[in-house]
Design a protein around this ligand. Structure first.
Ligand code: UTP
Length: 312
């Protein structure tokens, strides 16, 4: 697949972070779900780093009530920096700096009422303007050699138009996802003939389901503006995207990597385990711990802070 003209570059990314995070109550009573830590970094930082690695220059947060912590996380923290410098902790200063964003690159808009993902994206329309843009849902985290959005950017060079990241799910799970009606396939790229939000497994057009990574053309805002209510009574992004099919190119992309649904308690724990097992610092203790749990025999001298989990 080759385009005659290079598509307009994607410079902006929208991060919808105005949801209520009810599945993590009471942890999310005051703290945003997107601040939950995965291997020492909040989920939102994982998403922002993935976007930066993909070349994104402008970061647009759609926030809501009690979400101020998310923007503060990306601020420079002079007091803490000074204290760490006085203590000679350059290592910790580097860790802290990893959460700084270039000045003037973070933009905020608010979604006053959590009316659904589509509505959250619509709230970013003025900041996005008339250009293609990416969307990253911070509670979807992809463990991959190359970031999921970077992979998509390369694919977008070939496809242009609209591109959504997809994975196959067990058929009984289609009711949790936006599902693709697939057309012709070319390697990892699949033509999209239709989209259905949260279909009943018996009626799902396939098991190919959209995860929280998108590259969309600004015309999607025209369809979001209709404020149509879809599945669950919410304004759904999938329904607005469906209306683009036939008017613009629309493809799905089977990314390389493993996606964790960190918006669900089990997915969040799985992600922490996966990251812990991938880190040589924590892997030995975790592996030993899992083996003990499975055998039902914990060692007599267990110390969870020891490198191997045990002293004896
Ligand atoms: P979820 O579907 O996981 O919803 O949103 P939620 O409300 O955050 O969580 P639960 O179901 O109550 O536990 C997916 C992403 O879309 C954002 C969320 O912040 C999350 O990043 N979102 C969702 C909004 O910004 N606004 C909405 O109205 C809904």
């Amino acid at each position: 697949m080759t385009l005659t003209k290079a598509p307009k570059p994607v410079r902006k990314a929208v991060f919808p972070v105005a949801g209520l995070g009810t599945r993590f109550l009471p942890a999310t009573k005051v703290m945003p779900k997107e601040m939950l830590p995965l291997a020492g970094k909040p989920l939102i930082q994982h998403a922002v780093e993935e976007a930066r690695a993909a070349g994104i220059e402008e970061f647009i947060f759609v926030t809501g009530r009690y979400k101020e912590m998310l923007e503060e996380h990306f601020d420079h923290q002079p007091e803490l920096m000074n204290t760490l410098e006085a203590r000679g902790r350059a290592d910790l200063m580097d860790r802290l700096k990893s959460a700084d964003l270039p000045e003037g690159s973070l933009f905020l808009t608010r979604q006053a009422r959590p009316l659904g993902l589509g509505h959250a994206i619509w709230c970013a329309r003025k900041l996005v303007g008339d250009e293609p843009f990416a969307i990253l849902l911070p509670d979807d985290v992809v463990q991959a050699r190359e970031g999921c959005l970077s992979q998509m950017m390369k694919t977008y060079e070939q496809t242009g138009g609209n591109l959504v990241a997809v994975m196959d799910v067990p058929r009984e799970d289609t009711r949790k996802y936006g599902v693709v009606d697939p057309g012709a396939e070319d390697g990892q790229i699949v033509q999209v003939r239709g989209l259905v939000e949260k279909p009943d497994p018996a009626r799902a057009p396939s098991t190919l389901s959209i995860i929280g990574r998108y590259i969309l053309q600004p015309e999607v805002f025209n369809h979001l503006a209709a404020f149509d209510r879809g599945a669950g009574g919410e304004i759904q992004l999938t329904d607005a995207m469906e209306k683009l099919i036939g008017q613009q190119d629309f493809h799905a992309f089977r990314y390389d990597g493993t996606r964790y649904d960190c918006g669900s308690p089990a997915g969040f724990l799985q992600a922490n385990l996966a990251w812990g097992l991938a880190d040589p610092e924590t892997a030995p203790a975790l592996r030993a711990f899992i083996a003990w749990q499975e055998s039902g025999k914990m060692p007599a001298a267990f110390d969870s802070s020891a490198k191997t989990g045990t002293q004896s």
